[in-house]
Design a protein around this ligand. Structure first.
Ligand code: ZN
Length: 258
């Protein structure tokens, strides 16, 4: 370390501290001033439809009334998912949708911190000593977007919960069409054979509890395709953690997300 670096580092740290103390905190959704750096303003907070218990043990979707600890929704019984459990922070609407779109398309990567903290709370049943794997982008899309929003969220959620962040286990080998606007059957066909486990990561995966992370859960076709690949490569269990969940009752959400 040079003399110049030694002198500069503390000065920069103090400068950053002062700047943070002086800058007004803003709500990440609407940019109104708020008291805490990670918090939403009261207006946005009230508009977010958080997913809360009682919920379907499998899909994490809330019930309107308490039907017991391990109850399953009719959807989970009629069409059981490939993965073990799904948990999400909020329904994909209002400020929650704004956050997802701002992170992904407006490249507001700083939002991943607050979103990842909420996700760590929603996934606390299974994060523990798991292997946290983000849904990967194809390298050409990663090159265009410069970052993978699922990886940003996964890294924060893993850090907070003490889980192992493992971004290189799963890779996307097929550049798929964007899922936006595709009907459910087309989505399944679109992501079929799109993912692979890297050969040099097989040992890491053997028998492990995996938490697969994405920004939004829509029809589940992407995470289901990933789950199949992970389980056939030796993963013990695969749970899914996303920031938002498209409300199956709201077809507009389902058609437009992802
Ligand atoms: Zn706000």
């Amino acid at each position: 370390m040079t003399v110049k670096t030694v002198v500069t580092l503390p000065v920069m740290a103090v400068g950053e501290y002062l700047l943070n103390a002086l800058l007004p905190r803003r709500c990440p959704c609407c940019d109104r001033g708020v008291a805490s750096g990670l918090g939403l303003c009261g207006t946005c907070w009230r508009q977010i439809r958080f997913l809360e218990r009682p919920w379907c043990q499998r899909m994490g979707t809330p019930f309107t009334h308490d039907v017991g600890e391990n109850a399953l929704s009719p959807r989970a019984i009629a069409d059981p998912p490939e993965f073990d459990r799904l948990r999400a922070v909020a329904f994909y609407s209002g400020p929650a949708k704004d956050l997802v779109l701002a992170l992904k398309f407006a490249r507001r990567r700083e939002l991943a911190e607050a979103m990842g903290i909420w996700m760590a709370r929603s996934g606390n049943e299974f994060l523990g000593d798991s292997l946290v794997i983000p849904v990967p982008l194809h390298w050409t899309r990663l090159w265009q977007r410069r970052f993978n929003q699922a990886a940003d969220l996964a890294r924060v959620a893993a850090d907070i919960s003490g889980a192992e962040y493992a971004p290189f286990v799963l890779k996307r080998t097929k550049r798929t069409q964007q899922q936006v606007g595709l009907p459910a059957k087309e989505r399944i066909r679109n992501v079929r054979r799109a993912f692979q486990v890297s050969g040099d990561q097989l040992q890491k995966l053997a028998g492990r509890r995996v938490v697969l992370v994405d920004d939004v859960y829509t029809t589940g076709s992407t995470v289901s395709a990933c789950t199949k690949v992970l389980k056939s490569a030796g993963a013990g269990t695969v749970d899914v953690l996303t920031f938002a969940l498209a409300d199956p009752a709201n077809h507009e959400d389902v058609d437009r997300s992802d």
